[in-house]
Design a protein around this ligand. Sequence first.
Ligand SMILES: C[S@@+](CC[C@H](N)C(=O)[O-])C[C@H]1O[C@@H](n2cnc3c(N)ncnc32)[C@H](O)[C@@H]1O
Length: 356
Amino acid sequence: VSDKAEPRQGVMEGGGAYNRNSMLQAAGMATALPFLEKAALSVAIEPGSHPLVIADYGSSEGRNSLAAMRLAIETLRRRIGLERPIFVFHIDQPANDFNSLFGLLNTDPSRYALEPNVFSAAVGRSFYEKVLPPDHVHLGWSSYAAQWLSKVPTALPDHFYPAASGAAARADFERQSAQDWETFLSLRAHELQSGGRLVVVQPAFNDDGGVGFQHLMSHANEVLIEMVDDGTIKAEERARMVVGSYPRGRRALLAPFEPSGQFQQLIVESCELSVIDDTAWAAYERDQNKDAWATHHARFFRATFASSLMLGLTNASAAEERRAFADQLEARLKQSLMARPAPMRSYVATIVLAKQ
Ligand SMILES: C[S@@+](CC[C@H](N)C(=O)[O-])C[C@H]1O[C@@H](n2cnc3c(N)ncnc32)[C@H](O)[C@@H]1O
């Protein structure tokens, strides 16, 4: 966790840690790339020389965005040639580690900025607000970001991860998620050009309501309880630790489009569910390196969720305390996983929308 950045709901671990520990998101995102390519082939392109605009909503530190942006740029280039400028906007919360993002855009060997006539910029503002001018975006992309809610509606007694909670208050998260999805879509509909496309890939419930990461989340929940039991954190701190992330299955993603098939000038082109297997588990089965498997998942968990959990700490702005909490959490989670290893399966949904 970066010592400088204040923790915020949904902000990933800084100092490039998310870039180093987001292979799971990369695997989920990869299932959506064929949809992105198809969308880039279908986007309406007006004649002329003014720039084409790609927006990456929820870019974090950018490692996973590189492959998606490169594919989008290469596909558009097949249609417009090399001369016409392409503008890429990376949007994320103000507390995001934009330094790592810019570092990557300037130095990574696979950076898309090596392409001629491609320009990039970042917007440090929530995607629950207007982030780009109206009728501006040709191609929108959002990967593993839209499941982060605009706020945590309530505390939960039994679990830090709302989708794994059995409490009645979980219904508040479902409502918040439905409301936020409509807000997100309305804002993006406004920003898209007519004939533009928006591709959103995010963690999902499967069609039977099953949730991914179940195994990892219950280990982490047990670890937090253990930390209360031995006095590492206080019970009231644990009670405040709720992650504001809620997956959307196909039913929830499609709900705003019922019954007319249209929502705010947006129509659905496709909505697909994929199962993401635990690639680190396959490596473990091959080499029996349990330590490597558990480290992989404990670091993924820390990079993705620790900043949000830290908001529950009484002294949440003290960098030392935050770091100590994250270190403890990661170490204990690793031990817990090593004691009971099991593959971690997850689900991801990709929805493709066209603006009329
Ligand atoms: C798990 S990361 C995904 C990063 C990258 N797109 C990927 O696929 O690996 C989620 C990102 O969404 C961002 N995010 C969450 N809520 C947001 C909001 N309201 N506005 C903008 N970005 C947000 C977080 O700050 C975080 O950087």
